[in-house]
Structures are given as structure tokens and as C-alpha cells.
Design a protein around this ligand. Structure first.
Ligand code: SF4
Length: 356
């Protein structure tokens, strides 16, 4: 006979299994969500959405910030182990705990709504596969944090240094209070200045995304996802020394591009995953050897994704600002994260930069 589910015991189970933050939204908070992004489209009798976060260790970015070492961020802090192992273990154990109490639990790996295929429905009355939650909006709905101006999710303890996942369940669990807009993001615009891809609009440009949850409105900058993706996934010579090594003479200014997110993936991913022919000029045969190495770091199939730019503005500039202002609960003995003039490379590959 299942025993009643105690919320604090469930949270303790999540924390004991490596998760750092836990919040709960009732299903009513998703009233404004599109059907194909709605938790009830995965689990029709879903009553609660538990959103969990695990921190991204600040030191994951140290090598990229110094311009000396890349693999740690992808391997430990992005898709390698954090998204694919550290978080799923806690999410799965917590799901087992919920089911031990007689409620169904769907552990949810955060997918990307932009990848939904243009397919029809499989069952009359159902929505088409694949359903993906907007995981950051789910995090807002569960009171775990707030959407920063940069569209990156902010938390009180770690600022933007978190990744999210969720558990859907038919258990009725007391929801956590929403965190009002403006509690964690002070609209400093450090993310705008730090983003070399010019993907984040300045507040004065008035490009805003707005949603409503219960009686509260939340808004953030309408980020240019094409330029964001080009920067993040290795399409920007200004933040990829690997492009400079592989393609000297090539010039590409990301700030002038107006491609979609999907088009940006098509520009970035094939050169990372594919091979050409082995030559003296290019003995590995890999199109961009450095990007491929980071993607494969750790052996086997590798991370399946990779990060080259390492969130220069939306994360690094943001948490540096937040730590300096005492806005993050987690502090560091060594002082601010950004300690030296920041490096940036020219758009033209093979040229050295004297810019700070
Ligand atoms: S840097 Fe962070 S706190 Fe400042 S506006 Fe951007 S998201 Fe908000």
C-alpha cells in the first residue's frame, strides 16, 4: 500500500541525489502554454510539474575565460556530463521516490521546442509528437528562479549558473511561490555588452517577449537565436581559435548575419561532425578539428553537442556582474570571475588581435 507523498521528503531525496534546487508548479500555471509545449500533452492527468536545477560549476568556464582550455565546459558543464548524467540521476531517483508513493512520475529531459518536426498527430485529439516544454518558463512557473533579460534562467543562489530538468506527476503537490520579475535581474545590460555576437537586444530597443503566469507578467529580451547559435556552436571566429587554425584567410562577421536558429545550426554543426579528406594541410581530415575534439571529449560517442563560445555575455558577464553586486548567494574567496582584460579575436581567421 503506497504511503502519502510528503513534499519535503521528496525535495530531500532530490537534494540527496545531487540536485541543487527544486520547485513545484501546479498544472494550472501552464494555462497559457501552447499545446505542443504543455506538460499535459505528455501526461494528460499531470497535476504538478517539479522543476529541478543543478549548478554549473563556475570553474567550468575558467579555461575559456582565460583563452587557454575548452573541454571542461562542454564535458562537465554542458551536454557531456551535466545534462546527460549528473542531472538525470537525481531526476530519475526522485521519480522513483514519487512512484514508491503510488504516483506516476515522468522524468523529463529538457528538449528544444524549436526541433519539433512538422508531423501530424498519431491519435485523434492528441497533439503531434514531439512535445517539448519550454524548460526555463517551467522553471519560472515552479518558482525556481526568474528569466533574465538575456533569456537565461537566473537563480538566487547561483545566478545564471544552472541547468534545468523536470518531473511531471499526477500527485497534487503544494506549488512554490512565483518569484516576481525584477527580483534577480536588475536590467544592468552586462549580458548585452558581453555578447560578441550581438544576439541580445538592448532594453532601449524595445524587443521584448512577454508571458503571463497567474496574475504576474514576465518579460525578457527577444534574443536573436540565429546569432546566438552561431556564436555558441563555433560559427564565430571572434571566439573560436579553432576556426583560425583551420580556416586562415576566411572572414565571417556574425554580428551582420540574420539567419534563423535552424540555419545557424546547419552552418555550425556539419563542420564539427563531418570529415573531408586527409591532406598535408589537414592531416586529421576533420573539417574543424578543434570543434570535433571538444564534441568527442570523454571518449565513446562524445557529448553529442559542444560549446565553443561558452556563453560569454549571457552567463559569464551576467554572473560576474551579479557576484560583484552581491546578488548571488554563492560567493568565492578569490573575488570576481573576470579578473583580466577579456580576449577577443578578429573576424578574419589567421590574424592576431591586439584587442582586449
Ligand atoms: S547581465 Fe544578467 S542581471 Fe544583467 S540584464 Fe543581463 S540577465 Fe539581467
Amino acid at each position: 500500500m503506497p504511503t502519502p507523498l510528503n513534499k519535503q521528503a521528496m525535495v530531500d531525496m532530490a537534494l540527496a541525489n545531487g540536485l541543487d534546487l527544486v520547485g513545484v508548479a501546479n498544472i494550472e500555471r501552464f494555462a497559457g502554454a501552447p499545446e505542443r509545449m504543455h506538460p499535459a500533452s505528455i501526461m494528460p492527468n499531470c497535476r504538478s510539474v517539479i522543476v529541478v536545477a543543478r549548478r554549473i560549476v563556475r570553474g567550468n568556464w575558467r579555461g575559456i575565460e582565460e583563452g587557454t582550455y575548452w573541454p571542461t565546459y562542454t564535458y562537465y558543464g554542458y551536454h557531456g556530463l551535466l545534462n546527460s548524467f549528473f542531472i538525470p540521476v537525481g531526476t530519475y531517483e526522485t521519480s522513483c521516490f514519487i512512484e514508491d508513493h503510488g504516483y506516476e512520475a515522468v522524468p523529463y529531459y529538457p528538449g528544444v521546442p524549436e526541433t519539433q518536426p512538422p508531423d501530424g498527430t498519431l491519435r485523434p485529439g492528441a497533439v503531434a509528437p514531439n512535445v517539448h516544454l519550454a524548460i526555463r518558463i517551467a522553471g519560472v512557473a515552479a518558482g525556481v528562479g526568474e528569466m533574465g533579460w538575456s533569456k537565461v534562467f537566473l537563480t538566487k543562489k547561483f545566478g545564471p549558473r544552472v541547468r534545468l530538468a523536470a518531473i511531471l506527476t499526477d500527485a497534487e503537490i503544494e506549488p512554490d511561490p512565483l518569484i516576481p520579475m525584477g527580483t534577480l535581474c536588475d536590467r544592468c545590460m552586462a549580458c548585452v555588452g558581453g555578447c560578441q555576437a550581438h544576439a541580445i537586444p538592448h532594453q532601449r530597443e524595445g524587443q521584448v517577449v512577454r508571458i503571463q503566469i497567474e496574475d504576474q507578467t514576465f518579460e525578457w529580451g527577444d534574443v536573436h537565436m540565429g546569432r546566438c547559435t552561431l556564436g555558441f556552436h563555433g560559427g564565430d571566429p571572434r571566439v573560436s581559435p579553432f576556426l583560425h587554425k583551420t580556416l586562415p584567410g576566411w572572414e565571417f562577421d556574425v554580428t551582420k548575419q540574420d539567419v534563423t536558429e535552424d540555419a545557424a545550426y546547419k552552418i555550425c554543426w556539419p563542420p564539427t561532425f563531418a570529415a573531408w579528406r586527409r591532406t598535408e594541410e589537414d592531416p586529421s581530415g576533420l573539417l574543424v578539428e578543434g570543434h570535433n575534439e571538444i564534441m568527442r571529449w570523454g571518449g565513446g560517442a562524445g557529448a553529442g553537442s559542444y560549446a565553443i563560445e561558452g556563453s560569454r555575455g549571457c552567463m559569464r558577464s551576467c554572473f560576474d556582474h551579479q557576484e560583484r553586486r552581491g546578488m548571488c548567494e554563492q560567493t568565492f574567496h578569490g573575488g570576481p570571475f573576470i579578473r583580466r582584460p577579456r580576449w577577443i579575436l578578429p573576424c578574419r581567421c589567421g590574424e592576431e588581435s591586439d584587442e582586449a
